[in-house]
Design a protein around this ligand. Sequence first.
Ligand SMILES: [Zn+2]
Ligand SMILES: [Zn+2]
Length: 137
Amino acid sequence: MKNYELLLREHNLKVTPQRIGILSVLGDMGHVSIEELFTIIRKDFYSISIATLYKNISFMMEVNLLKEVKVPNGKSKYEILKDEHSHMICKKCEKLEDVKVCLDSIVKNISEKSGYMFDDNSLVLSGICPTCQKGTV
Ligand SMILES: [Zn+2]
Ligand SMILES: [Zn+2]
């Protein structure tokens, strides 16, 4: 169990039970969409609104505590910012996973060749995960 209170303090954010709640859900689940987060967080904070939740997420993104992962054709997910990594998503079960490979140099290469400027969230590899390939889901 991580010390989320300390994490908030380190980022100069006010420590509130809701923020600690949000961080512990993200810490346990890895990547969570606003809707998923809302469903879970409401069990503990039944009076919280989705607007309040979103505001808290925005504050924590501003100070680089959270990061948005833009899922192609899907809802954005949020995660606690950690070491550089890329993402892959399964088109069948929609599971989003980290891949501990930094694709920055590849993106940079594409950018140099094409003249495009990419934002750092733009790369999510999509495919079929090993479980779905076996057809057991
Ligand atoms: Zn899958
Ligand atoms: Zn991730």
